[in-house]
Design a protein around this ligand. Sequence first.
Ligand code: PMP
Length: 368
Amino acid sequence: MQRPYNFSAGPAALPEEVLRQAAAEMLDWHGSGMSVMEMSHRGREFASIYEQAEADLRGLLAVPANFRILFMQGGGLAENAIVPMNLSRGGVVDVVVTGAWSQKSYKEAQRYAQARVAASNADDRHTRIPPPETWSLSPDASYVHVCTNETIHGVELHTLPDLAALGSKAPLVIDCSSHILSRAIDWSRVGLAFAGAQKNIGPAGLTLVFVRDDLLGHALPICPSAFDYKTVADNGSMYNTPPTYSIYIAGLVFQWLKAQREGAAAGVAAMEQRAIAKAGLLYGYLDGSEFYVTHVDPGSRSRMNIPFFLRDESLNDAFLAGAKERGLLQLKGHKSVGGMRASLYNAMPLAGVQALVAYMREFAARHG
Ligand code: PMP
């Protein structure tokens, strides 16, 4: 039976193969007699799951040896506090405000550091990422925070800025929660990256942090030990109990990703090709339509989260009800933006976007 296509922004759809494997292994993982949920995080069985997941992730994203990968808890919003507690040294932090999530990062950083807005697209209603050449960066910032994909507003930074070329000596911190593993990351331009798992990685409860070695060991005294990156790194993410089941599912997703192919491309490169094709299909249809509209500037359009509107908003409920009948789920836009939003993460096949566009076309023909 064909499962519905789930366009949720997160927690989001997972590859069906992963869910089936997890179901098959639920009661007895690899003859251990235990569910992964029931294993000690320090036992041999879970250690093998953890090590495989970390190695696969490092390979998929080509993470250099001088970066540590931390498997933490707390989600993106906790990282908004954990990052300044670890990196700011109480000094100046530059934040680029591009939408709801970086706005929250800015507010939270103010509690621990002297946060400054280096650029903002609020006047454009968060529809366009300000070009990095226009960012006003502080000479003394301890880091520069950017959300590289704004899940609610649907804007994506397609090329990471070279901060040194822009006159800043600060490391770049990226919140890549909603597009991680959909494209390569240029680690030469990044000091720290974080991502909540519940969009493109696995179940909620796991937060990934990639941190360059030289940024460890500078936490403020108020930083909880379990959130001090050095403590977490020194203990192989086992200072406290990590979210073991979420790590296991993430590990299955990494194995699934490694097996994905698009022509000659594999893994994350294959995901990028697929994301370009999926997003291109939906934007292409929206651009040619008189019935629907999207407001995001073409150069800043997210491949992952696509907000769009019916020009006649009185038809919203009928649109959503019809979509649900056809097995097209969770298309309602975020309450702060309204309208619709289609999230096209890695687990969404091209066929799902084709089904969505076919439905949109039909709905427009019926009501246009
Ligand atoms: N950053 C981004 C880009 C997000 O999309 C989200 C969640 N939608 C968050 C941060 C916050 O994540 P959490 O709810 O896991 O704290």
